[in-house]
Ligand binder design. Sequence first.
Ligand code: SF4
Length: 373
Amino acid sequence: MPATPLEIVEAAKANRRTLRPALLAWFDHNKRELPWRDTRDPYAIWVSEVMLQQTQVDRVIAYYQRFLERFPTVKSLASAEVSDVLSLWSGLGYYSRARNLHKAAVELDAKHQGTLPSTVEALRTLPGFGRYTAGAVASIAFDQEAPLVDGNVARVLSRLFEIDGAPQDKTREATLWELATLLVKGERPGDFNQSLMELGATVCTPASPTCLLCPVQTHCRALAAGRVDELPPPRKLPPRKRLELAVALSHRDGNVLLARRPESGLFGGLWEMPGLVLEKGTNPYASLKALFGKRAVIGPEMLVLERTLTHRDLVLRLFPVDLPPRLKAPPDQYLEWRWIPRDQTHALGMSSAMESALDEVFPLEVKKARKRR
Ligand code: SF4
């Protein structure tokens, strides 16, 4: 019979005195060398924690280093334009993270002299600071006994204490946070939190965990019960949505027409070749004509690019659109639009899907070749 949440918490209380030192000693000898582990700067730790949400470590490293080179302090980030922040974030996805990072920096600069507060309560008043991020910054940067639960920690604790329930289950969530709160208390709380995350990332992996190398295998109830493979049960994903866009490639004298989306919503604040969502059965030619007006000349479809995002399948259908050089007001769904020299588009924040589409249909060589003529 599965243990009740109360029994699980009692088991954790009984185990914590041996579990904590085992995890900390393992972490000291086995942690990966990562750039954000070389610093005690709360700002740098915060940036790394935001980037690491929903993104693989290998992918984050270069972004983290570029970001800190460009914005080395809260103050430098606060004084930047959000479009510059998004530009540096291009390709990392989940752009609301970058917008919130910038918003929080502005607030920290205005109200806290550019320094991060050290407590979970104060951190959680800032934009983008959920329970996880506040716990990570408070514990890792300020050595506070602040708990955190991310996907890795949830998996490790679920197996160690044989916690049933699907990832979305509220009782399971509450039990995990209670365990994390109990276990983090003691010496080196930041390292302890990182040891759980590191164990989940490198040993207690979703498929085929290497239990033989696990420093806490003697504590592991799932291993003893032969239930490692079934815990935690897989997350139920919502059905994927298909998003089909008609996109206009419009260029003139080496400049490409780009438009900036409003700050909120999908791809918020990013630049893109202008276009619109195609509902099922919609004629893209008629839709683009309605968007750009009578004087626009729409050419035959030149490229279809498909991308898999986390929750949807994105289809970009590209059409050449000839527009008059003097632009009127942008279509309603954009804040602004401009002719941008093609060799400067990389400096703008664009989604990686849009950047690939632009590279395919308007490679930089086109402009260089035109200049040579
Ligand atoms: S023994 Fe295996 S399942 Fe248990 S915590 Fe260690 S790696 Fe995970």
